[in-house]
Design a protein around this ligand. Structure first.
Ligand SMILES: [Zn+2]
Length: 104
């Protein structure tokens, strides 16, 4: 009698008709495709986006070597460097793109 109960209990576990089947999601109307990869022979074309830049630049002074009219102990003329035009800061403006292209 006990063996028959065990067999019946195992048969009830093994019976799939007693367990309700989980509902499947309905198939979608439009099938979803993965996005197509870009062909390697057609790279994206770069469009320059220029940004205006202001920059201070040091302009070197203009100097010249002139004879002082004096001589040293050996009789050699003494020269000195004089500033013909002093150096100055100049603000320059140009436009530059992120790729390094520069204009202006
Ligand atoms: Zn660019």
């Amino acid at each position: 009698m006990i063996a028959l109960c065990i067999v019946l209990a195992l048969a009830s576990f093994a019976d799939p008709l007693g367990v309700p089947e989980t509902p499947r999601p309905p198939p979608s109307a439009a099938p979803q495709h993965p996005p197509l990869p870009t062909p390697p022979d057609r790279p994206q074309k770069h469009v320059h986006r220029f940004v205006r830049v202001k920059e201070n630049k040091w302009i070197e002074p203009v100097t010249r070597r002139v004879n002082t009219g004096k001589v040293d102990r050996k009789g050699q003329p003494i020269y000195e460097t004089v500033v013909v035009k002093p150096g100055y800061w100049k603000t320059i403006q140009y436009e530059v793109c992120a790729c390094g292209q520069r204009r202006g």
